[in-house]
Write a protein that binds this ligand. Structure first.
Ligand code: ADE
Length: 225
């Protein structure tokens, strides 16, 4: 998988991608990530990437020309351009699974800023618009990193233990069962005895039950009727 990220804060993205799943996925050559400063595609002295909105109003709008030039230079046949905005399609695990299946794909991520993109960017240059939730952030860097993190951990051979991305929250519309590790008792807080006895069918049953119980209690909205 090849990923290009267009941002006005390239250092922020570069720093983040040096750790954790990003580092692992890059080292295992499951992904090639390149970060680009949007200002590279400006041609005025101030490297302007935003301007006041037509019709007035607060805030600044991201200009179409630098984004057009950036995408034009980075785009190849079959590339998919993704922009993050609060108006986008809500991000769900299923979307991450679909995006991660395209292992030979080239994604171009566009990080938004200020009051948003000139709508002509969304209408003419972007293939998928994604929102990571019903709240407004100041920029698209965290949403883009969130989406890529969610994709990388699903790529073959990245996590090592393929089971961990199968037996997990949201895969079957249930949250994950609770997990425990040593010690068996800490401050009087005990690990459920069923997990200590090594009876695998009983453990599976208990986990299934707990997952259902927790989902009903914490996220009844995701339970299939
Ligand atoms: N940019 C600002 N807020 C956002 C959100 N909730 N999702 C995606 N991109 C955003």
């Amino acid at each position: 998988m090849k990923i290009d990220i267009i941002t006005i804060f390239p250092q922020q993205i570069e720093q983040y991608t040096e750790f954790g799943i990003f580092r692992i996925a890059k080292e295992k050559k499951a992904v090639d990530i390149n970060v680009h400063d949007l200002r590279k595609w400006t041609d005025d002295n101030h490297k302007t990437i935003d301007d006041r909105p037509f019709g007035g109003g607060a805030g600044m709008v991201m200009k179409v020309e630098p984004v057009y030039k950036a995408i034009n230079e980075l785009k190849k046949k079959g590339s998919i351009v993704i922009a993050t905005t609060p108006q986008g399609k809500p991000l769900k695990q299923k979307m991450l699974r679909d995006l991660s299946k395209e292992v030979d794909c080239h994604y171009i991520f566009l990080c938004g800023h200020y009051e948003g993109f000139d709508q002509r960017i969304i209408d003419n240059l972007v293939d998928i618009e994604i929102s990571i939730g019903d709240y407004v952030l100041s920029g698209g860097e965290l949403p883009v990193l969130t989406i890529i993190d969610g994709i990388l951990r699903l790529l073959p051979n990245v996590l090592g233990n393929e089971q961990s991305s199968i037996n997990e929250s949201f895969t079957e519309n249930t949250l994950e069962y609770p997990q425990y590790t040593r010690p068996e008792e800490f401050m009087g807080w005990k690990v459920p005895p069923v997990l200590l006895k090594g009876n695998h069918s009983q453990i599976a049953l208990w986990r299934d039950q707990k997952a259902k119980e927790i989902t009903l209690k914490k996220r009844p909205d995701i339970v299939k009727s």
